[in-house]
Write a protein that binds this ligand. Sequence first.
Ligand code: NAP
Length: 294
Amino acid sequence: MTQPVFQTVCFVGIGLIGSSLARAMRKHGLARHFITLDISQAARKTAVELGVVDVATDNPAEAVAEADLVVIGAPVGATQAVGEAIGPHLKPGTIVTDVGSVKLAVIRDLMPLLPEGVHFVPGHPIAGTEHSGPENGFAELFEGRWNILTPLPGTNEAAVEKMAQLWRCIGSMVEVMDPHHHDKVLAITSHLPHLIAYTIVGTANDLEGHMQQEIIKFSASGFRDFTRIAASDPIMWRDVFLNNREAVLEVLQRFTEDLTALQRAIRWGEGEVLQKRFTETRAIRRAIIDAKQA
Ligand code: NAP
């Protein structure tokens, strides 16, 4: 496989995902010089101290002027601000990519701010944890995981191929997808599960004090698994829901209908309805294990 080596890579946002990608690129020798532009002074300090980047700055010109690859790893709600900050300083031929969990809104907010000759290849690694910040990143995060690229018609094909190679080099599988389709798929596989987890844990949190203690004590019976997801970064997830509104509302409508159907089956003692549903869902779990995505 050809190694897509960059001279200077700039990570705009050096949190969990940005720092993991930086570590993976370092591990595989995919860039010579590592810079970050991050609004968080603490993140900048940590990223330098841990050797994730060589230089950390809050000056957009200093950060991106020499970069031949820019990776946007800030929350998706910050995309426009990022575009306004870096757009005027990007040099022609630079590849700009992102790792945002929604794609249409990022494309909408960023594209108009990129100068002619800059190649934008939107992306989304389907990997992560409930932790944030550069101290929690690790080079192996993307190994064996999918990365979805959502280039627009007319995007420079060499730039798309270079990004695909980069992700493959660090152990990911790559899928190219229409951004609209991406947002619909992720609404069901990621965004709705997070909304459900936030709801369940929120409901438990609203219960009276003595119940709360028992919820913690007996959490291993199922609740615990939701709390991991519901511990995910509040700003990141606020931005995901605000920026994938239509797709999430559509899938939430279907979910609500299905939940009502199960509620009805419980009320009327329709055991066969419940059993049929629970049998079908078991098969999905087996398929995920077989696909090595468990
Ligand atoms: P994170 O750990 O919270 O890091 C984000 C960093 O970006 C923070 O240091 C933040 O600073 C900084 N930032 C915010 N606004 C900025 C701006 N305008 N310019 C420069 N830096 C800015 O976030 P993350 O978990 O790595 O997520 C980053 C992106 O990856 C998000 O778009 C998310 O949707 C996507 N993603 C996340 C996961 C996951 O599991 N976490 C998985 C796949 C994709 P402050 O802390 O001061 O705001």
